[in-house]
Unconditional design. Structure first.
Length: 147
């Protein structure tokens, strides 16, 4: 298998992961500031970059399965480049995954808090109804006066 297309794909993939890392930072800001519209825009951008990564993985994936053999056929300088590109990809992917996990926890906590607020509001409505019924008696049936 030709080595140059694989190394070029690895370089492009690292570039994509760098973009994803920057988008993950931006996503974190938007999650923290509850900027939903901006967050949706970042997620769309991330999907576009992920599609590019998937395309590159078509070239890189088969080589990764036989990585040791692939490296063995390379010149030492090219081997070093390929190994460092793959290592950077893994590092960036770990950073992105950690950031996403943290943002997911923030969003989950907000969801739980919103659920609690909804339950409190429902409880408050019930308390108000009970108070009104106790203070003013049960509500009389309503009649439709329109013909």
């Amino acid at each position: 298998m030709a080595q140059e297309p694989v190394v070029a794909a690895l370089e492009q993939q690292v570039g994509c992961y760098r973009k994803l890392a920057k988008l993950a930072e931006l996503q974190h800001v938007y999650v923290q500031q509850s900027q939903t519209e901006e967050l949706l825009g970042v997620l769309q951008s991330r999907q576009t970059v992920l599609d590019q990564v998937a395309d590159l993985e078509q070239v890189i994936g088969p080589v990764k399965q036989q990585w040791a053999g692939f490296l063995a056929g390379m010149l030492p300088s090219d081997r070093s480049t390929a190994e460092s590109l793959l290592a950077e990809t893994r590092k960036l992917l770990e950073e992105i995954t950690t950031s996403d996990r943290n943002d997911a926890m923030v969003l989950q906590q907000r969801k739980l808090n919103l659920g609690k607020q909804i339950n409190l509001a429902a409880s408050a409505r019930q308390v108000n109804r009970n108070y009104a019924a106790a203070a003013y008696g049960a509500p009389k049936g309503r009649m439709d006066m329109q013909t």
